[in-house]
Design a protein around this ligand. Structure first.
Ligand code: UYC
Length: 232
């Protein structure tokens, strides 16, 4: 083939999602041409809503420590590929950065902290949620948090992943817990060291919801209108 860059771009643009993901993961091993193709591809996708392909392209570039790529990301995607929208002025950039750096424990702690902030000063003070506070969470903020988790975990983590599993199990918590690694043989997984803080975790493992005070908070989270409302 005459032009490797053009050939790569063509493959990137026209392959199936599965093929795209495979290809993106292999691009850094092609050196500069691979990285150039990845940057070009990401630029083309700038107005496309974030998806797993875009997420992996961003993540792959982020892990490449060349000055060139760093400058590109800084100028074109200073806050990443997920719009950090909030209805209440919360800054989700730290969450974006923790997730991109695969610091899932910090991201999990930050997520709980922000959920408490969404619930108001009383919840922030007590550091846990009442289920009745969850219903009033702004849709935009929950969607931002969830999309960040989802896009930066290759689709493994997030409330919507947990919700799909929960629904597929007829809303049976006792079936969900072992499925997402929160319980094994009737024993609760111990916080924090029992949990798996990387992508080898089971689907839906993160973010955590402490079950010390019962299932009502997570039930309310997974039933929130954020997951059934389509935003224009
Ligand atoms: N913990 O066991 N958890 C804590 C989980 C339970 C307990 C935090 C998840 C069972 C206590 C997070 C599971 C239980 C504390 C989670 C889990 C229990 C604590 C930090 C599997 C005893 C100290 C944030 C379902 C049998 C704090 C927070 C406290 C903390 C998460 C005990 C994220 C997913 C029933 C004593 N656990 N938690 O909420 O409140 O404090 O006293 O779920």
């Amino acid at each position: 083939v005459g032009n490797p860059m053009a050939e790569l771009m063509h493959q990137l643009r026209t392959s199936s999602e599965k093929k795209q993901l495979q290809l993106i993961a292999e691009l850094p091993s092609l050196g500069e041409t691979g990285l150039d193709a990845l940057m070009e591809f990401l630029k083309e996708q700038q107005s496309t809503p974030a998806n797993l392909v875009i997420g992996l392209a961003y993540q792959t570039l982020y892990q490449t420590n060349t000055p060139n790529v760093k400058a590109f990301l800084q100028s074109h995607f200073p806050t990443g590929v997920v719009p950090l929208k909030s209805e209440v002025g919360i800054d989700y950039l730290p969450l974006q950065q923790q997730l991109v750096q695969a610091d899932f424990l910090a991201a999990d702690r930050f997520t709980l902290e922000k959920l408490c902030e969404l619930a108001g000063p009383a919840a922030s003070g007590r550091k846990w949620l009442y289920f009745s506070e969850v219903e009033n969470f702004p849709i935009t903020d929950l969607q931002t948090i969830n999309t960040l988790w989802f896009i930066h975990s290759q689709g493994k983590f997030g409330f919507t992943v947990q919700r799909e599993l929960w629904l597929s199990m007829g809303k049976n918590w006792e079936k969900l817990w072992p499925k997402i690694g929160w319980k094994t043989e009737n024993n609760w997984t111990r916080y924090p060291n029992g949990f798996t803080w990387d992508l080898s975790a089971p689907k839906g493992h993160l973010p955590l919801s402490n079950q010390l005070r019962g299932v009502r908070v997570i039930a309310s989270l997974l039933s929130h209108p954020a997951w059934t409302t389509t935003n224009k």
